[in-house]
Design a protein. Structure first.
Length: 231
């Protein structure tokens, strides 16, 4: 997982934060979202931007710099926590098959339908969110999708793994072992990630609180490793 580490420097405030019901696989879940700016179907030069966070297992918080796009009404921005993450419904004791990409696509479609923006919207995906956004675009072929922005994402898992292995060689053996342990040993993995990200992730010192919060949603004392452990 890779993370943005910038802090939103604009003055744009969140207009709405709420929960959206998502009915899927015979159950009802809640999706937490925030809107910056105003969604106005009559304002043709202000296409809404939906932002899908990474992980899987993180939260929207580290992507708050995207909210700056809404300053001066340039474009409304919708951030949300994917199911199992952040303030959205947390789900445990589900088989691995439950956590399919189709689940997250269904949630994204539900979000688009709720705001009635299917006729015109932009979509940005970061890291895992880019995979989600790409698969959504391929599967659904949405006519209203005007722009697809993939940031720090990947087109090939094989090449992504190969590149990470090359970068890992720069680090001491204990850090390499922690990274390779992954979610089988969350505390060790988190410690190794902090060293790795200090070089190849977020170089800001001190670390932005939004960045720290998103990581703590998985690795913190009250973190939930469920979704992160399914990849």
């Amino acid at each position: 997982m890779t993370l943005y580490c910038g802090r939103s420097k604009g003055s744009c405030s969140c207009n709405i934060q709420h929960f959206l019901l998502h009915r899927c696989q015979g159950e009802v879940f809640q999706t937490y979202y925030k809107i910056f700016g105003e969604i106005n179907e009559h304002k043709l030069d202000s296409t809404p931007l939906i932002v899908a966070h990474g992980g899987p297992g993180l939260t929207h918080d580290y992507l708050l710099p995207f909210a700056d796009i809404a300053i001066n009404g340039a474009s409304p921005v919708i951030l949300y926590d994917q199911i199992g993450n952040g303030k959205s419904t947390h789900v445990d004791k589900k088989p691995t098959s439950f956590w399919s990409i189709d689940l997250f696509i269904s949630e994204l479609v539900n979000l688009i339908d709720h705001f009635q923006i299917h006729h015109s919207f932009n979509l940005a995906g970061h890291s895992w969110g880019g995979i989600l956004a790409s698969e959504f675009a391929v599967q659904k072929q949405p006519e209203g999708l005007k722009r697809l922005v993939l940031t720090d994402s990947l087109a090939s898992s094989e090449l992504w793994e190969k590149s990470n292995m090359q970068l890992m060689k720069e680090f001491p053996e204990d850090i390499q072992e922690g990274l390779l342990a992954g979610m089988s040993d969350p505390p060790r993995y988190a410690a190794a990630l902090s060293v790795y990200y200090a070089v190849h992730g977020c170089r800001v010192v001190p670390l932005p609180e939004e960045y720290v919060y998103s990581l703590s949603a998985v690795f913190g004392p009250h973190g939930d490793t469920t979704v992160a452990s399914t990849k």
